[in-house]
Design a protein around this ligand. Sequence first.
Ligand code: NAP
Length: 451
Amino acid sequence: MSSTTVINPADESVIAEVPHTPLEAVDEAVARAIIAQRSWAALAPADRARALRRFAETVDGAVEELAALEVQNSGHPIGSARWEAGHVRDVLNFASGMPERLNGAQIPVAGGIDVTFHEPLGVVGVIVPWNFPMTIASWGFAPALAAGNAVLLKPADWTPLTAMRLGELALESGLPEHLFQVLPGRGSVVGERFVTHPEVRKIVFTGSTEVGKRVAAGCAEQVKPVTLELGGKSANIVFADADLEKAASTAPGSVFDNAGQDCCARSRLLVERSVLERFLELLEPAVQAWKVGDPADETTEMGPLVSAAHRDSVLGFLDDAPVAFRGTAPDGAGYWMAPTVLLPSRDDRVATEEIFGPVVSVLPFDDEADAIALANSSIYGLSGSIWTRDLGRGIRVARGVESGNLSVNSHSSVRYTTPFGGMKQSGLGRELGPDAALPFTETKNVFFSQE
Ligand code: NAP
């Protein structure tokens, strides 16, 4: 059986050998999930809610363990990894309120009563990337379970460890066997089988736009519903009237967090031309102060990139790129890279393509209309920020930018209580928020005759 050697990206040591799930075992897992799902869906909504609350409590008890595992496997700074594990607990807690709130409608009709039901789909396949291995998984599995489905989760090949532990914690919490199964393995085997298997009734895919399109095409063959969370090249727009000190001091976190391996990274920094020079003067010390180093150190802000192959891919973008200035990074073992600020022209490759590393392109703009046009000149539309003291402008630009998640005078984007997802080629559908369970259901309409 083939396997993946899991490497600690901070020191290149081997931390685990994870066997790949073969094709036949995926089919067996689907067969077991079908049976588990029927009993799960038949439970009283309050019992499903209680089971998810217990799962959340079990995750809560394992926050430190999960965080330490993510530090090792993904090189995330310990503070971030702890937040991620706590976020999984919170997403589960939030989802535990959903089984008892999946309200249908009663619609006025003649001759009887018309009601709608939100029926579970059956078995849901969740395919996740390596950049936030446990949080993104929870956005799929928690609401899918809440709606009465079984879930098969395929973690990314480089980062399977926290997902596998979550699968064990689900069982430890008392969740029924085979209801939530984690199947590590290759995307071209396990992921593709989720797409082609007729009994997997929905796919949630988070990853690159390129693979997402293939997954969507595969789902189309069976008219299988699919949620896609894909790439981004988000704009951080700084107007001349903004609090420039705050905009500059927060800009590094908005793009270098998780070493820029964040679909929401504000990797295009749009600055009004009249304040460009001043803004760069403020930005340079903030970038140099951004602390890159040992992810186990509590004060570290950025760890290494996830793998040697990924660091090569990021560095490949920088061959002839016009570097304005750089931060610092450790030498020696580990996939380290210094945060890098570029001053490219608008159509340079670095300014248009998703790099997925600690690299930001600063692009000047002339006025509000130019800022909106530049922000929208991308195939992507996932996230973004707007810095201005003019309330009207904040509203106009937030409405004008084609992006699923925006923040004004902040960089917040992901809260489990609010919807998240992308426009254009950044995705299809929304996760999280009050309606998170609905995409894991089919609406059934039933008319009861009074005759
Ligand atoms: P990726 O290469 O597209 O892989 C994502 C997942 O799909 C992995 O589990 C991968 O498995 C699997 N996969 C690969 N080929 C497949 C196939 N033919 N059929 C089914 N599944 C397949 O993406 P990545 O490099 O892991 O992640 C980075 C990308 O994710 C970036 O573009 C980033 O913007 C995006 N992302 C988006 C969001 C969002 O919410 N919009 C969030 C995070 C990341 P293997 O690991 O085995 O290849």
